[in-house]
Write a new protein. Structure first.
Lengths: 115, 115
DNA sequence: CCGTATCCTTCCTGATACTG
DNA sequence: CAGTATCAGGAAGGATACGG
């Protein structure tokens, strides 16, 4: 199935880990330090509870974030970036910079809302 | 519908323009200079003709790329990055760098194939 | 060569309701 | 508070066939 000389492009490797726009925004939010589930939900505009849960689980499995559960009532869960997650920060920072500069342009492009 | 003090996050602005993984790979491929449709199709592993066409059209509309049609038989079309498209190069370069470094890790993470 | 037109499937996501 | 379970709608994307 695999072509003989197929060398996966490094950008593609990165995209496979970022996976979708929610995950990028989750990582971006976690740059500011540990966050509880509800905080992430509030900070990431438009994400559903289900999507947030699914993405957090998968990111945990892949080692991008760490999840710490406190045995308390009411429950408390904290999410943080792992060291691999933190290694992605430079990418996020370039995106942040670009988005900031872009807003200064005289003629904004039409932007759709999907990813 | 708009919350009073909603300030769209700059990262989200960037994500809205990148839109999906194919577009990121298209831009990445165009960094190397102008490309014909068939070249893009060959270089971007796994993309269908339909997806490539749709994404190129939308990227052209949004001003990320430029499309030049030569009135020849057989047809010839060349795609290049616009200046706004080129302004995204630093982001792509960080992704490239990250992907390259990541492959050197002793324990690769499980990578899924979707985006 | 560079597309467009259809069809079809799969995945994503939001909505909603319920629980430890 | 931080989830899980379920359902349904839509949109993205692939496969295929055909056209200028």
């Amino acid at each position: 199935m695999m072509k003989k000389n197929y060398i996966p492009c490094p950008v593609e490797t990165t995209l496979q880990l970022l996976e979708n726009r929610w995950r990028v925004l989750i990582i971006y939010d976690l740059i500011g330090g540990k966050k509880r589930f509800g905080e992430l939900k509030r900070n990431i505009s438009g994400i559903s509870q289900r999507s947030l849960t699914l993405n957090l689980r998968s990111m945990e499995e892949r080692g991008l974030i760490e999840r710490k559960v406190y045995a308390e009532i009411p429950p408390k869960v904290e999410y943080t970036l792992s060291s691999i997650g933190r290694s992605l920060i430079p990418i996020l920072k370039s995106m942040e910079r670009w988005g900031t500069d872009y807003k200064k342009l005289p003629m904004p492009l039409p932007a759709k809302h999907s990813l």
